[in-house]
Design a binder for this molecule. Structure first.
Ligand SMILES: C[S@@+](CC[C@H](N)C(=O)[O-])C[C@H]1O[C@@H](n2cnc3c(N)ncnc32)[C@H](O)[C@@H]1O
Length: 292
């Protein structure tokens, strides 16, 4: 992200999470209706539960042309993956939660007791973070610890230490919707910085997108469209990685792959048996890393 304006993709991802609750059938893979209050006026205006005939028509269209449903799916499935891993980490006694590239992440709103205990640190590009903080209720905004960082320029671990993150206790890191916007060197540098702060038992959950070679024509076409749209929004795609390449970047910081879900595994876990049009592109990949 080179611009000094807030990330548009942060609002786009949040809108897709709301759209999932309006269009797709319950049970929802991830219910983030609460994020609606943080969306800008024009985006909020566009999000209304469609009447049943319109809903039917959209779904029929998405069944033959699943691109929007697939983009919606990759946003809600990655959030669900992170939420399940967070539940497990908290149950295991972890009490430091770092949300990297937070955008309009609502962990603090959905778990206010965690925020008020000072357990949540949100890290984001300065412009996006300032814009988000204006949208939060004042008491929560005061409780969350904010760290303004540009992953391409700043030394993340120094900033986390200044914000009070402890390196003698495990941390849970949520890093969603971001790796593909960074230069590969910044991805490695982020794993290294987190590695320098990580006590044994720490975890990172993240998503990454697979490069074009190896994908068939349909996800390639979608990726080409997404690449074009993101370039127009000045948030170009910079780093697509295979699972092996991601594991190499992570290993530079001492992180090991504990769980890896390709698109097929994600569909089996969260989309099997659904009767709506929610879908997932083949390039969407989820990983959980651990520090031994
Ligand atoms: C698509 S949003 C994802 C937001 C959120 N994690 C989610 O899943 O909805 C991308 C996020 O990456 C952040 N980002 C992109 N490039 C960055 C950089 N160089 N430094 C810090 N944050 C960056 C943006 O500010 C934005 O919050």
């Amino acid at each position: 992200m080179e611009s000094q304006r807030p990330s548009r993709t942060a609002e786009g991802a949040a809108a897709l999470r709301v759209w999932h609750t309006l269009l797709d059938d319950p049970p929802h893979v991830f219910d983030d209706s609460i994020v609606r209050s943080m969306l800008s006026g024009p985006t909020r205006l566009m999000l209304h539960a469609p009447p049943s005939m319109v809903r039917h028509a959209i779904r029929a269209r998405e069944t033959v042309q699943p691109e929007l449903a697939a983009l919606r799916g990759q946003v809600v499935l990655r959030s669900r993956f992170a939420e399940d891993a967070l539940d497990a980490a908290l149950a295991a006694g972890c009490h430091q939660v770092v949300i990297l590239a937070a955008g309009l992440d609502t962990t603090a709103q959905r778990r206010p007791e965690l925020a008020r205990a000072g357990a949540i640190l949100e890290v984001d590009h300065p412009a996006t973070q300032a814009w988000k903080r204006e949208r939060l209720p004042a008491d929560l905004s005061a409780a969350v610890r904010y760290v303004a960082v540009d992953f391409e320029r700043d030394v993340l671990d120094e900033r986390l230490a200044e914000a009070g993150l402890r390196s003698d206790a495990p941390m849970f890191v949520n890093w969603l919707g971001c790796t593909y916007y960074l230069e590969p060197e910044a991805v490695t540098a982020t794993f290294e910085a987190l590695g320098r702060m990580a006590a044994p038992g720490s975890e990172i959950v993240l998503d990454h997108w697979l490069p074009e070679p190896g994908l068939n024509w349909r996800p390639r076409l979608l990726l080409a469209g997404v690449r074009f749209a993101l370039a127009l929004q000045q948030e170009p795609l910079r780093c697509l990685m295979t699972a092996g390449e991601l594991a190499e970047h992570a290993a530079a910081g001492g992180w090991q792959v504990a769980e890896e879900l390709d698109a097929k595994a994600q569909r089996e876990r969260w989309l099997a048996g659904r009767n709506d049009s929610l879908a997932l592109p083949d390039f969407a990949h989820l990983t959980r890393l651990v520090r031994a």
